[in-house]
Write a protein that binds this ligand. Sequence first.
Ligand code: G6P
Ligand code: ZN
Length: 578
Amino acid sequence: GVGSSRRGKAAKASAAMATVAGLNVKQVPTKPYEGQKTGTSGLRKKTKDFMQENYLANWIQSLFNALGDEVKGQSLGLGGDGRYFGKEAAQIIIKLAAGNGFKKVVVGQDALMATPAASAMIRRRKLYGGLIMSASHNPGGPDNDFGIKFNYSGGEPAPERITDKIFGETTKVATLNMADIPDIDLSKVGVTKFGDFEVEVVDPVADYLATLSEVFDFGLLRSFLARKDFSLVFDAMHAVTGPYAKRILVEELGAPASCVKDGVPSPDFNGGHPDPNLTYAEELVKIMWAEQAPAFGAASDGDGDRNMILGHKFFVNPSDSVAIIAANAQACIPYFKGGLKGVARSMPTSGALDRVAADLQVPFFETPTGWKFFGNLMDAGKCSVCGEESFGTGGDHIREKDGIFAVLSWLSILAFANKDVPEGGRLTTVQDVAIAHWKKYGRNFFSRYDYEECADADANKMMDHLRAIIAAAKPGDKFGDFVLATADDFEYTDPIDGSKASKQGLRFIFTDGSRIIFRLSGTGSSGSTIRLYIEQYTADPSKLMLDAQEALAPIVKVALEVSKLQEFTSRTSPTVIT
Ligand code: G6P
Ligand code: ZN
């Protein structure tokens, strides 16, 4: 409002000047904002909060304060998912980086950079770190969300020791070091110098493409996509992966331009919710469930780290997807041709991957929910492929989950499976690949029920009730027809650094391998989201093709009874079913 812009002018008038690397730097007085709590996904708030006078600048300055003298003379990556306020935010960040002693900022053209691409760029250019302006799959625009996160020099999300420190700094930040330089033209690739400081505007796809071309056999993919009897559609959901899909799938691999749906990043994602699942990617689902459909469908989220893979009238559950990619990686993906070093999944993700690990005789790790837990394993050379039920799949080529990696992995599997099928012959489909996998390993039926925006108190009472049941439970206890093997609150000790994470989800594991898991979401923005994960394994060939909801109905019933979910929350049905 008017008041705040007056305050802004007053602050600027009283700002002291200093000189950093030959630049004039204004020392702008500021006052802390409350609630700038930083998680591993950075700071996510309403766009309007971020647009308050010094809100973004305070957090960035706090980050630089937390990092200390280490940042002097370093290079910083920058980019975002194209959402509203990103371009303005980039200008503020560039001035602060210069004012705090960075020697260089490498920023994606038009302030764009997908999260996996930022990770690749940091690694390839050996940057000190990078800032990603994104609220992932949350809707964007002036009335929705904005976000900012920091990735460190390995391309991985900032570890807790840094995020805690940033938060501490946000509560006492008093001065913003703003270089007195003009706004940069972010629409043109090139270098602009100010004293000893420079800004390089780069093609946001180039480094990422270079990394992916080292992972995959682009020649194999090119000849597969050239087949007249194969077609695909990639839904960028009006978010950042549009330019990536055009460049990689169309220009590099030769797919027709029409295969990219909604490929122009829009500041509010065209009013949509850029989350690739059966609910929010309903337009893609409609295309893939039509009688005449492409053979392969995929979508990615706002910032390009999540993915969904579809065949004709067929949904690949993310828990199956990572298992199938792991099982086929060595044969189909050159980067993995020496074999996998190990594999990992988050605890609620189904056990399909466990069976592949046992078969391949490679180390297997079960981590808490959250991509950050994979980083240490990858750095230690113990994990090549990992994934989560929450539509995240990735490899150790970078340190973020990677939507286009999942797409190219599936295309590689299909290309390999069809290399001896003559054009016009019977193509091996996505569904065929999944069925062949289930025939070999059995099928882990899996579903997730989300109960969004429950009252915090109700959700907590239900979790307490379940904790009490777990405390009293003994192996052999019967829950419906299921016999309990063990029940606990998941705890993880990082095998690399020994750090512990506790209370990571309540789980009931039955003697037949079936599981019921309850967790409260760590990413919801209002109230509590209860997640109920249900899994049941079968090796019975006559049951492999059952519908997941049908197959899981008996165990879902047990889960709802034992939790008294309906009684505690008054919810008769989930808001989202995956
Ligand atoms: C983010 C993280 C994922 C994680 C997911 C869990 O997307 O990047 O690694 O699996 O959140 O979200 P939840 O809402 O279940 O805590
Ligand atoms: Zn994301």
